[in-house]
Design a binder for this molecule. Structure first.
Ligand code: UDP
Length: 319
């Protein structure tokens, strides 16, 4: 098969950079775009001498065109609650103007298109586990709305470019994902607990710690996304690990993996913090023959070396 040129927005981010690695490993050329507002050049430093990879520092909220591409993966957005609270307007813009600009590129060049959507489209879900046909329970004006509504607008935009312009679009609804390159200080539960455990600090449980999340190891997620990108499916598809943990259980897993003697401490629950999250992956299993392979304990062990290195260079958990 001829070598493809693939555009990845958010290429210097946690997921974007792992996606670039997977696409390069398949023999493609990759043009990464990132404005580095939350991404980091360190995430793509290992690709410095890779002639099939290049990175443009650009803001996709402004119209852009780097020439013909065969496929577009739209992964640009602040994604952790701490980041999108801080960059609220930027998050709204990248999930609206940014998504429309990437869709225009796919339309112009007849390229395939995959959008990184999110389980946040389900909001604080009243249906459990979450199935793709559930429309969600989102507060349109709360602190999380800059992310949730931008991602929902993106889904509407992607569906419209498929409906009106026949762009070959795909949408993945990503559940909480972790692994090497997750920013040490982005405030997410896995990065906070790992950093706190390794630094001998108390692990900060928000609320009573009984809220649940389902954590996907990054290699499982990327494998599912690559399969979805080659499918004929245009509607959103959940990719996530259905293993569901309370935040207290998550803290215990991290204490076990790190061997840390840290204690748990309790902090107020952020507004609109979803009470439960668990993907129904019936569709991905049937459609793609995909299911996750890495359970939480094993994925945390695979991430340990990365977080130890973060501690080594003086990073801390989000304050
Ligand atoms: N959380 C926590 N302690 C932390 C960071 C997060 O208890 O130090 C909780 C947070 O309140 C939420 C869950 O962990 O219930 C997952 O939070 P995260 O920010 O990782 O992602 P979310 O799924 O909320 O977008």
């Amino acid at each position: 098969m001829a070598e493809k040129l693939i555009l990845v927005t958010g290429a210097a981010g946690f997921l974007g950079s792992h996606l670039c690695d997977a696409l390069l490993a398949e023999g493609n050329r990759v043009l990464g775009v990132d404005n580095l507002c939350t991404g980091s050049l360190a995430n793509v430093a290992h690709l410095k001498n890779e002639s099939r990879f290049s990175l443009e520092e650009a803001d996709i909220t402004k119209p852009f065109d780097f020439g013909h591409v065969d496929y577009v993966f739209n992964f640009a957005s602040p994604a952790s609650p701490v980041d999108y609270y801080r960059l609220g307007i930027e998050t709204l813009l990248v999930g609206s103007a940014g998504t429309l600009n990437t869709l225009e590129i796919a339309k112009k060049y007849g390229a395939g298109y995959l959008h990184a959507s999110t389980s946040e489209c389900y909001g604080d879900p009243e249906v459990h586990p979450q199935v793709e046909t559930y429309w969600g329970n989102v507060n349109p004006i709360g602190p999380r709305s800059v992310y949730d509504e931008a991602k929902r607008f993106s889904e509407a935009s992607v569906a419209a470019y498929n409906r009106y312009h026949h762009v070959n679009t795909h949408m993945v609804r990503i559940f909480n994902t972790y692994g090497p390159r997750l920013q040490a200080n982005d405030g997410r539960v896995i990065s906070n607990f790992m950093m706190q455990a390794l630094r001998g600090e108390d692990l900060t449980i928000y609320g009573d710690g009984k809220q649940t999340r389902s954590f996907t190891y990054v290699s499982d997620l990327i494998a599912g996304i690559v399969l979805l990108s080659k499918s004929e499916e245009h509607d959103p598809t959940n990719i996530g690990n259905p293993g569901e943990f309370t935040m207290i259980e998550c803290a215990q897993e991290i204490l076990a993996v790190t061997g840390s003697k840290s204690k748990l401490t309790y902090k107020p629950l952020p507004q609109d913090d979803p009470k439960q999250r668990k993907p129904d992956i019936t569709k991905a299993k049937a459609l793609l023959g995909w299911e996750p392979k890495v359970p939480l304990r094993e994925g945390l062990a695979k991430s340990l070396e990365y977080f130890e290195a973060c501690v080594e260079v003086g990073h801390t958990a989000a304050k």
